[in-house]
Design a protein around this ligand. Sequence first.
Ligand SMILES: Nc1ncnc2c1ncn2[C@@H]1O[C@H](COP(=O)(O)OP(=O)(O)OP(=O)(O)O)[C@@H](O)[C@H]1O
Ligand SMILES: [Mg+2]
Length: 338
Amino acid sequence: MITFKDVEIRYGDFVAVPKLNFTVQEGEFFTLLGPSGCGKTTTLRALAGFLKPSHGRVEVDGVDITNVPIDERQIGMVFQSYALFPTMTAFDNIAFGLKVEKRPAAYIKERVHELAKMVDLNEEQLEKNVSNMSGGQQQRVAIARALAKKPKILVMDEPLSNLDAKLRKSLRKDIKNFQQKFGITTVYVTHDQEEALMLSDRIAVFNKGKIEQIGHSDEIYNQSATEFVCNFIGEANQLTVKDLERLKLDIPEQDNYDSFYIRPEKVSFSRECSDERQLEGKIVHKEFYGMYGYYSIDIQGTQLLSFQRESKAGHHQIGEVVFVDVKSDNVLKYQSKK
Ligand SMILES: Nc1ncnc2c1ncn2[C@@H]1O[C@H](COP(=O)(O)OP(=O)(O)OP(=O)(O)O)[C@@H](O)[C@H]1O
Ligand SMILES: [Mg+2]
């Protein structure tokens, strides 16, 4: 278990992280998510020991590690840039830490092969020089190397961001698989919402050095606690009070809020009117992505973005009249001017 207690981290006079409190459970996949510059890497550095907090403390299993040196923290690390030794083979890269520890050759061989299997690298790849490997393979080597010394905690800072979209998706599935299989407590950093939602047991959404919300993926997405989280985690239609009226949405205690949103997948529509509560609208824009599409629908001057699976929706055309369903329960509401 990892605990950050009132942690403040500074670079000189600049306070990058003012006061951080969170706990990561044993075996959990915990993600720090947020835009560039919000303090994710800084937080990870404080956990790994590269930075010392100016205030507060970091605990692992109830033991204060704030002053424990990096190499005694038993934390495996994976970075965006693979940080491998380019002139060495994959095998030697993975074995590096074990050799430094002067482990017996037989043990090293067995452990490297075990790790290679885990991250899906074959014998032939192990003998390759890492500079001759693809980005995805290099990142697998980096992950295996991070796990070689059987760390208690694995930290990963944007490990997939140098890879192309397809590889990113396949490697993230692998990361999820081995993390579940080995149950290693993992702190993962990304600015990619989709990656965070897919991988994490829980997510901490960062904004300017502070955590806005900690929760399971579905909580973060469907019950975004703040307007920032709502906007950062996915797409949302922002609604004015006038829009609420037009859409006949009745928000309980509406006066207590001044910001309203509805997510595109909560806006459904059909060709036929099947319910008098449906609102007549017209498709004004369409984006087709193969498996799914986004439609902009104009309802008496209010434009709503609607997400549809193409197979379900059929191909709707711009200019088509449709009947739209929106529910008050699905409106996310915030007090922005607190
Ligand atoms: N070595 C440094 N010296 C001074 N300021 C720094 C240093 N490293 C980071 N910062 C500042 O601290 C803040 C947090 O930076 P950090 O690198 O933690 O952000 P991040 O969330 O990891 O961003 P990114 O997604 O771009 O990697 C930023 O304002 C950044 O400019
Ligand atoms: Mg960073």
